[in-house]
Write a protein that binds this ligand. Structure first.
Ligand SMILES: Nc1ncnc2c1ncn2[C@@H]1O[C@H](COP(=O)(O)OP(=O)(O)OP(=O)(O)O)[C@@H](O)[C@H]1O
Length: 190
């Protein structure tokens, strides 16, 4: 039986939108849920980077476009974006820790959107996700990218776990997959 649910699919296909709809539905049936989304930051129609937004409404930068093309050895870069690991960790780690605490009888849901190249610069994040996946108290509802280029260890691990159900989102199914995802999450809580 599955214990966690992940969505995958090409960039911009609608993974975050689906996770937000699932979150709304779960919240309205009083299921305890926390976590974070990753949102594009646009300025004047151009993408400037990405923010992390927690379900409780806190926001901070995950990455920003760098005008400097020289890469310093300490910099965490994905293409033209420089990742702000400190900001990411400050926002996300307390949320992940908090989800694992508390004494709700019912299992909590933790939204982790997403586990990708940028987020994986944080070793503390990797460790926190591994702990959550291995623990029995929290159901993870997350997103992972479609494999491309060098494999990402944690993403490969998630894909090969027997207790993870992965939905691949496409243009064809994105408007009728919501109920299946909800049902999968609900069954993970049993
Ligand atoms: N079912 C849908 N029908 C039409 N447009 C959609 C649908 N779902 C999402 N979109 C639009 O597509 C864009 C990208 O959606 P979203 O951010 O959910 O994708 P994503 O897969 O999470 O992207 P990323 O890979 O960047 O995280 C948004 O502008 C959103 O409004």
């Amino acid at each position: 039986m599955s214990r966690h649910v992940f969505l995958t699919g090409p960039p911009g296909i609608g993974k975050t939108t689906l996770i937000q709809k699932v979150t709304q539905a779960l919240k309205s049936s009083d299921v305890p849920i926390d976590g974070f989304y990753t949102e594009e930051v646009k300025e004047g129609g151009r993408r400037r980077g990405f923010d992390v937004v927690t379900l409780s409404g806190k926001r901070g930068p995950l990455s920003r476009v760098s005008s400097d093309s020289s890469t310093s050895r300490r910099e965490c870069r994905v293409g033209q974006y420089v990742v702000d690991v400190v900001s990411f960790e400050q926002l996300v780690l307390p949320v992940l820790r908090n989800v694992n605490q508390g004494s709700d009888a019912a299992k909590k849901i933790c939204v982790i959107d997403e586990i990708g190249k940028m987020e994986l610069f944080s070793q503390a994040f990797i460790q926190a996700v591994r702990q959550m996946l291995a623990g029995s108290g929290t159901v993870v509802l997350g997103t992972i990218p479609i494999p491309k280029g060098k494999p990402l260890d944690l993403v490969e691990e998630i894909r090969s776990r027997k207790d993870v159900e992965v939905f691949t989102v496409s243009k064809e199914n994105r408007n009728n997959i919501l109920q299946d995802i909800l049902a999968a999450v609900e069954s993970c809580r049993q």
